[in-house]
Write a new protein. Structure first.
Lengths: 374, 198, 308
């Protein structure tokens, strides 16, 4: 009696061992602590929190450790965990006007209340290797002796679009009628055209690289916008929650956010006087590039609302929303390595038969025209 | 007035799973009697099968329409408590509805038949009747039925089958009906044709 | 150190619910399934959850199975027709772990069969549920990428574009060149993607006594074909639908009427054909059927000669 050879289960278990080994690398090198990743790979953690839709720097660090630094795999771990968490409710809206600012820059005004605060940025670093970092117990935390805490920041840092708004020059942002509870795209299927709450949510968890490319495409002419960075701000805001049984807000703690408001030109219409329009981006952690990209695409996606043509990818909500989710995209691209031999056999059978029939037909035609060339 | 709320599932995971499979079979094979609620004690006004079906399927995302007498009595309180479902006044707003087979209103056409792009957004109507057999025979055909199938429920208002025929004509729109009595149900989705009534 | 722990329930219950999904999610999926059954072939949008397996790797089918499975069920999982393909093994393990599922490889014993790309060769029976993993639920997607438009086409049963595409195929190649995921019309109303099963399997869907459920996790759609429902492969009077056929039988069991996989034996062009339905092939061999290459197959490590 013959039985089919079955190696699937053993092979799968072996891959688990092999990937654990690969993750650990050379055991002569000390194991990374999650706290080290959290403290020293903060920007990577922020990306994982954004794309994993879960604010938890410890888990983001663990995800990066477990995934050997693969940001998409790490985001996937975050999401698969997030979906199992019980929900207690929604927080109160956070107020970014009350953010404890660490960085705030505006490209539209030379100076403004609260001033320009450069904060921690790579913007003006020269991209030269700091070989001193090769040595573990080396560099002082602040080599240039800066002591940011020595200069208390201005308590009042109005958001730039609010300043323009006071003059009536900025497109107002009003909640939809009745101020409904925002859509939750992790719980409900999206239908199109998608409203702005859905678009912003999708972009906030969208792949940073994809959002960057789309935002860039808008700037290069695949879209009609003339953006200025009204403001980028990074800092801490407090999150408040109103428990049903208490009826008043309780402070749950602080989260770090990056907010970008892009100011764009808009000619106005018969009904609306000329005013600037807004592109908005909000991300977990210090994630400037992502927030800026998001705000470019947010403005591009408003094209339909302003009666503009929607001919380019960044202006089409279906295109942006369906393709920005990197966990979905990675899953589907990578599923191509699953066996497809049943389908492929169908194709093989077809192409062989069509070729055979073609050869037979050509042979018949040649016979039907004997010595035509002579 | 103090309202005592009777218990829901004693084993939510497995009771609802078993009940769901019976309901799935009911709509997949219209006309076949399916047992959904062995030994379940329902609040006053709800057949045990109706109560189990709602407990299995309804929650805060699915508004329920109940006849006013049920809504304001123990049944309404029970559904609010166990399902967290909103009880609505307008039949057309309901995801689920319970009606008595003999009362003349609301009509089946008063419930939501869905839209042409989203025919799934229609009401599922649980029709509580006097018995699932013993009445005049009705012949059904359509998906889920090999050839044709006869049912003979009791306690349905005159014109009920004409209403169901009209509903089937809306296909792919239309409401889906579940006849309920005691611990059992019969499914009559919109895809089912009423071939003959006697 | 991290302070995170999985949240323990009362008296240290496992952190995950039976069959992984929470009860609210199961209710949502169950409601979608009932509407799917009531409107055969129509794609019901559902709130597809993030799953611990990758999107595109069967999360739609897994969510359906998780929403329907119970302690009385026997689950069979196949990929490419075989029980031992890696992803089938992985999904079967998932349900053994999360739902303590009783599993089987025997088609006739199974109450739920989750599949990718095949319908078993053995006829399905009343009471069985097929759960198909669907990568792209929209049969019109390759003709019209926008969901906004395809939804209208289904709403108004405007399927002319599909007919045109199939006919262009015939004009160019003399036949419809779609070999898998061949579009079908369900209950005479909705055009439906049967998932990437070979068109060889399409006729098995028509009037099947089994309930057929389809889950597309990434695309967030559920659809269904109830038992005894018309499922017609789209075709033309002058070019009727036809299925694949092979000139040789299965090399292991000699079957002449099953779907065959091609196994390349060397780099000299030698190959053999074997049943894609591994259980079907084994059953036939147990019954004494022998294919022309069964003797060679053990040296090729395709089968082992059992010690008994």
């Amino acid at each position: 009696m013959y039985v089919a050879v079955k190696g699937g289960e053993a092979a799968i278990l072996a891959t688990h061992d092999l990937v654990a080994e690969a993750r650990r690398g050379n055991e002569a090198v000390p194991e990374l602590a999650v706290a080290q990743i959290r403290e020293q790979m903060g920007l990577a953690c922020a990306r994982v929190m954004n794309e994993g839709s879960l604010y938890d720097p410890d888990l983001a660090a663990l995800a990066l450790k477990q995934s050997q630094g693969d940001a998409i795999e790490a985001a996937f771990l975050m999401r698969a965990y997030r979906t199992t968490l019980p929900r207690f409710g929604s927080s109160e809206p956070v107020d970014t006007a009350k953010m404890a600012i660490r960085r705030r820059v505006s490209a539209t005004f030379k100076d403004l209340p609260g001033g320009q605060v450069l904060g921690p940025t790579y913007d003006y670093t020269h991209r030269l290797f700091d070989f001193a970092l090769m040595d573990e117990a080396s560099a002082p935390a602040a080599p240039n002796g800066a002591r940011p805490s020595a200069q208390p920041l201005d308590a009042s840092m109005p958001r730039v679009p609010d300043i323009l708004g006071a003059e009536g020059l900025m497109e107002p942002e009003t909640p939809p009628e009745g101020d409904p509870r925002p859509f939750d795209l992790t719980r409900e299927p999206v239908s199109f055209p998608a409203d702005r709450d859905v678009r912003l949510q999708a972009m906030a968890r969208g792949d940073e690289g994809f959002m960057l490319g789309l935002g860039y495409s808008v700037q290069r002419g695949y879209g009609h916008s003339h953006p200025f960075v009204g403001e980028v701000r990074v800092g801490e805001v407090s999150v408040e929650f109103v428990p049903e049984e208490l009826g008043f807000a309780v402070d749950l703690g602080e989260i770090t956010l990056t907010e970008c408001q892009m100011v764009n030109q808009f000619a106005g219409s018969k009904d609306v006087p000329p005013q600037f329009t807004r592109g908005y981006g909000l991300c977990f952690g210090h994630s400037e590039r992502k927030a800026m990209s998001m705000s470019l695409v947010d403005r591009a996606l408003k094209a339909r609302d302003f009666g503009e043509a929607t001919e380019y990818p960044a202006q089409q909500d279906e295109f942006v929303l369906y393709h920005s989710d990197n966990v979905e995209a990675a899953g589907f691209v990578e599923h191509l390595k699953l066996p497809h031999y049943v389908d492929f056999q169908g194709e093989l059978e077809l192409i062989r038969r069509i070729r055979k029939e073609r050869e037979e037909r050509l042979a018949r035609e040649t016979q039907a025209l004997p010595e035509a060339a002579e | 007035m103090q309202v005592t709320i009777s218990p829901g599932f004693s084993d939510p995971v497995f009771q609802s799973q078993a009940a769901f499979r019976a309901l799935l079979n009911a709509l997949a094979e219209p006309g076949l009697v399916q047992q959904v609620a062995p030994g379940f004690a329902a609040p006053e006004g709800l057949e045990p099968a109706t109560a189990i079906a709602l407990l299995t399927l309804a929650d805060y995302e699915t508004p329920i329409w109940l006849p006013p007498a049920l809504r304001d009595g123990p049944a309404g309180a029970w559904l609010r408590f166990h399902c967290g479902a909103a009880l609505v006044d307008e039949p057309a707003q309901a995801s689920f509805a319970v009606i008595d087979g003999m009362t003349s209103s609301p009509l089946l056409a008063d419930f939501n038949p869905g839209t042409d792009q989203f025919p799934d957004r229609s009401t599922t109507v649980l029709v509580q009747c006097a018995a699932l057999g013993g009445g005049d025979s009705v012949t059904l055909s359509g998906p889920g039925i090999a050839g044709s199938r006869e049912i003979a429920p009791t306690g349905l208002r005159p014109g009920f089958w004409a209403e169901l025929t009209e509903n089937a004509e809306l296909y792919p729109l239309g409401i889906d009906v579940i006849l309920s009595h005691g611990e059992a149900v019969i499914g009559l989705p919109r895809s089912t044709q009423i071939v003959e009534t006697r | 150190m991290t302070i995170h722990q999985s949240i323990p329930g009362e008296d240290a219950k496992p952190a995950y619910n039976y069959a992984y999904l929470d009860e609210q999610t199961k209710r949502m999926i169950r409601r979608a399934l009932l509407k799917a059954v009531a409107v055969p072939g129509y794609q019901v949008p559902f709130g597809s959850r993030e799953m611990p397996l990758a999107r595109g790797w069967g999360t739609g089918g897994i969510q359906i199975t998780a929403a329907i499975i119970g302690p009385d069920d026997k689950l069979k999982v196949i990929d490419q027709g075989a029980d031992d393909t890696t992803n089938a093994v992985s999904i079967r393990r998932f349900f053994e772990r999360t739902a303590d599922a009783t599993t089987t490889e025997a088609t006739e014993e199974a109450t739920i069969i989750q599949t990718r790309h095949r319908i078993p060769e053995a006829p399905l029976t009343t009471g069985q549920i097929m759960v198909y993993q669907v990568p792209q639920p929209e049969p019109l997607r390759k003709l019209e990428p926008r969901e906004l438009e395809t939804r209208k086409m289904h709403a108004w049963a405007e399927y002319g574009l599909m007919q045109v595409k199939l006919y262009e195929n015939i004009a160019r190649f003399g036949e419809v060149t779609t070999t898998y995921d061949y579009p079908v019309s369900v209950n005479g109303r909705y055009v439906m993607a049967p998932s990437p099963i070979p068109k060889f399997d399409n006729p098995k869907m028509h009037m099947s006594p089994a309930l057929q459920l389809f889950g597309a996790g990434r695309e967030k759609r559920i659809y269904a074909v109830p038992p005894h429902t018309s499922v017609k492969s789209l075709d033309f009077d002058d070019h009727p639908f036809r299925i694949q056929s092979w000139t040789e039988p299965c090399g292991l069991c000699g079957a002449k009427d099953s779907y065959l996989d091609e196994v390349v034996l060397d780099d000299l062009g030698n190959r053999m054909f074997v049943c894609s339905d591994s259980h079907h092939c084994e059953t036939r061999r147990d019954q004494g059927h022998r294919g022309p290459m069964l003797g060679d197959a053990s040296t090729l490590h395709l089968v082992d000669e059992a010690k008994s």
